[in-house]
Design a protein around this ligand. Structure first.
Ligand SMILES: [Zn+2]
Ligand SMILES: [Zn+2]
Length: 45
């Protein structure tokens, strides 16, 4: 189901710039260290 009728509505509301990091949630900080190891502190990946 790749052609969902309401798929375009949700994709616009999620990412203003890029996809927020699925590990730190876009904060760029993780409990493992000063910077998120998944996005390197960028906050998105
Ligand atoms: Zn991520
Ligand atoms: Zn991250």
């Amino acid at each position: 189901m790749t052609d969902a009728p309401d798929d375009h509505a949700s994709s616009v509301d999620i990412a203003p710039k890029r996809w927020l990091c699925c590990h730190c949630g876009g904060t760029g900080v993780d409990s493992y260290g000063p910077t998120c190891p998944h996005c390197e502190g960028l906050g998105f990946c």
